[in-house]
Design a protein. Structure first.
Length: 368
């Protein structure tokens, strides 16, 4: 049975330089986890990176975090940021972050076009152009199982969709290899999201086209604008191979290449990024990241990140260790976890042709 058919803890495989930063390590725990680990007194597996006692509380959808005391109200954008955003309607006098944490990713707002009218085909039809080992974002709501091939989503980063009658936004940040989905409903309204062209800690900053609030992709939190402090509800996703998806969901749906937008689907615009052979990551220097790198891992090391928000626990499991042992049994606080790796999924950030990239596998995280 595939990992996304067993309702895993919401997780992501991210790049260590992001996952280990405070702002980008809060992945929301939901659903059943999975494991046969021992009691809370057992030692952590060697190599596990834990950050306990962090404030990772997450309110329900469209509710605001208890952070009004942290709210900043001064618009002190730099001249460059003001120039980039001069025609925006964002409320710049309401924010949770310093503006010097934001930088341009290159393209302007909507220069990377979101998919707003997605079309879907059967797995059989998709097999004519989608290779079995290619990574897809798998998501199922109320029996409606969908696959979003990264060969498409990498070019657009955001898909506004409705899945099982739930308005959803499916997102992928290539710079941190994070595939996350959220409910698009906020305070009773359905929002449409786009790519702002801005980054924070190398992670995608989304914006909604209603209030033009800026949202951090890695946390689903509004960070600048009227809805600052509001958190979107996470929807459980997994990056798995197309083969795994269609075996588990022969009647599922696959995002079509018929997007009406431009994209050299099947090729990778970030070729060599995860092996430091790309201009954006050459020599381990991630030029779109500003901040202090965590010295425990190389910048682009993949990790599985888990946050148990009710216990204030954040933990990262390096993929290099998981690749050696296959399964990690662990206990964090009061929760037992098992993390496993299944081979057969290609990297979306390696070779120029995604299907020819290194096998990095797919990850599952569960509790008993």
């Amino acid at each position: 049975m595939s990992i996304f058919k067993r309702y895993p803890l919401l997780l992501t495989i991210g790049l260590a330089v992001l996952v280990l930063l405070t702002a980008c390590s809060s992945i929301i725990a939901s659903g059943g986890l999975a494991s046969t680990a021992g009691n809370g007194d057992q030692e952590q597996p060697s190599g596990v990176i834990a950050q306990p006692d962090g404030d990772t509380s997450t309110p329900e959808n469209s509710e605001v975090d208890d952070n009004e005391e942290q709210m900043m109200t001064e618009d002190d954008r730099s001249d460059l940021l003001r120039s980039i955003t001069r025609n925006w309607s964002t409320n710049w006098n309401r924010r949770l972050i310093e503006y010097d944490e934001i930088r341009s990713g290159g393209p302007p707002r909507d220069g990377i076009r979101s998919i707003d009218d997605p079309k879907f085909i059967s797995p059989e039809e998709a097999s004519g152009w989608l290779v079995g080992n290619e990574p897809v974002i798998a998501l199922e709501i109320d029996g409606d199982a969908r696959a979003y091939p990264l060969q498409i989503v990498t070019w657009h980063e955001i898909v506004n969709d409705v899945i099982g009658e739930v308005p959803a936004v499916v997102t992928f940040c290539p710079l941190c290899n994070s595939a996350l989905a959220f409910d698009r409903r906020v305070d009773g309204s359905v929002f449409e999201f786009g790519v702002s062209g801005l980054l924070r800690n190398s992670d995608l900053i989304m914006y909604d086209r209603t209030t033009e609030t800026l949202w951090q992709q890695f946390t689903g939190e509004g960070i600048v604008g009227d809805l600052t402090g509001t958190r979107l509800t996470f929807l459980p996703t997994a990056i798995v191979s197309f083969d795994d998806f269609r075996k588990a969901n022969p009647d599922g749906s696959v995002l079509s290449r018929d997007t009406g937008l431009r994209g050299s689907y099947g090729t990778n615009p970030y070729a060599g990024y995860d092996t430091y052979d790309n201009i954006l990551s050459a020599g381990g220097n991630l030029i779109l990241f500003e901040g202090d790198a965590d010295g425990r891992l190389a910048p682009n090391d993949r990790v599985v990140t888990v946050t148990i928000d009710d216990l204030g626990i954040e933990v990262a499991y390096p993929l290099a260790i998981l690749s050696e042992v296959g399964v990690i049994n662990d206990s964090q606080g009061e929760r037992d976890l098992v993390v496993f790796l299944k081979a057969g999924t290609a990297s979306a950030l390696g070779a120029s042709i995604i299907a020819e990239a290194e096998d990095v596998g797919a990850i599952g995280v569960f509790d008993p």
